[in-house]
Design a protein around this ligand. Structure first.
Ligand code: COA
Length: 139
């Protein structure tokens, strides 16, 4: 497996990140495109993971230390790609000397985030018509 990780700005990674997110959130999960795209992309750091030159996974780290928009193309799930993106974003947060990282997890993904040290807190709530739970990870 020839993986390569790129961490950069929205300007640099927009094409790759947007294509993956469109496929995963808009097409697969039926999230309205106007909810999927927001103006936080411009101020976030983005991770894009490629396999043999094809962008397959992405995620972002907001200025307020929230990770979001974690997405792996369906055909590449369960092989560690999401874990590589999450680890890269946590490393970015560490470099910023962030002490706690937060995220809003879809219910099905809670065990995935728990594997990387996140802990759920608070009540579940609806976002884009899907149940979510807040999670935090102390670095
Ligand atoms: N999806 C994937 N893995 C899950 C999971 C879930 N819903 N729930 C638990 N896991 C566990 C697996 O059991 C596996 O552990 P194991 O190796 O011990 O078996 C591990 O998490 C999978 O890790 P990895 O292969 O790195 O995950 P992935 O590449 O499949 O990426 C997501 C995980 C959630 C990013 C991916 O499934 C995805 O893009 N889903 C659609 C978009 C989405 O829901 N994003 C999250 C929004 S909060």
């Amino acid at each position: 497996m020839n993986y390569s990780m790129c961490i950069s700005s929205w300007t640099e990674l927009k094409n790759e990140a947007q294509a993956i997110r469109y496929e995963v959130f808009v097409i697969e999960q039926q999230v309205p495109v106007e909810l999927e795209m927001d103006d936080l992309d411009e101020v976030s750091e983005h991770a894009v993971l490629s396999l043999d030159g094809q962008a397959i996974a992405t995620g972002r780290l907001l200025p307020n230390a929230h990770i979001g928009r974690m997405a792996v193309l369906a055909s590449h799930r369960g092989q560690g790609a999401g874990g590589l993106v999450l680890a890269a974003l946590l490393e970015q947060a560490k470099q910023r000397e962030v002490t706690t990282v937060f995220l809003s997890a879809q219910q099905h993904a809670i065990p995935f985030y728990e594997r990387y040290g996140f802990v759920a807190y608070g009540e579940a709530y609806l976002d884009a018509d899907m149940a979510h739970t807040m999670m935090r990870c102390d670095l």
